[in-house]
Ligand binder design. Structure first.
Ligand SMILES: [Zn+2]
Ligand SMILES: [Zn+2]
Length: 169
């Protein structure tokens, strides 16, 4: 039964990380951290963008946890695995599925993947750092709710919202 606690810690860390990432995205990246994140809301030139530095920061946190787990406090390893797994989910859902940084492109037509895809596309429907919606990377609110929120926001790019809605059909 030695595996129960590690599994609980890993699953708990992955879900907590979605909350941490949501809060970091909403309050840091769209706040004082906009300097790095701005590059993600503009067209990308080349393979990387300054915003990727956030992934590097989280990678260092994971490495730090593995080091602590190895030398000082064993359970830190399980937290490190949780942070790493979340990073993989982020990479698949956000960088791959939504922003098409994979060598192949796939637009989900149904189910949760479609909702996640549309929700993050709507995050990019507002120009600049203020008035954006949907800050999570793995959990996505219902698209209807987001469109309603965006409608209340006068600075929304209506063409993009329409494009996202049509893409999902
Ligand atoms: Zn953003
Ligand atoms: Zn994005």
């Amino acid at each position: 039964m030695d595996w129960i606690l590690p599994v609980v810690i890993i699953v708990g860390t992955v879900s907590t990380m979605e909350y941490v990432a949501w809060a970091a995205h909403k309050y840091i990246m769209h706040g004082w951290g906009w300097g790095w994140h701005k590059s993600h809301h503009e067209e990308r030139h080349g393979k990387f963008e300054l915003n990727d530095m956030y992934a590097v920061v989280f990678a260092f946190i994971a490495i730090g946890l593995f080091v602590v787990g190895q030398w000082a406090w064993r359970p830190a390893t399980w937290f490190g695995i949780g942070v790493t797994l979340y990073g993989i989910l982020y990479f698949i859902a956000h960088d791959g599925l939504v922003h098409k940084r994979w060598p192949f492109h796939y637009i989900p037509r149904k189910g949760y993947a479609k909702r996640l895809y549309q929700a993050h596309r709507l995050h990019h429907a507002v120009e600049g750092k203020d008035g954006c919606v949907s800050f999570g990377f793995v959990y996505a609110p219902p698209v209807k709710e987001l469109v309603k929120q965006l409608d209340e926001n006068k600075r929304t790019d209506r063409d993009l919202v329409r494009e996202v809605q049509e893409e999902g059909r």
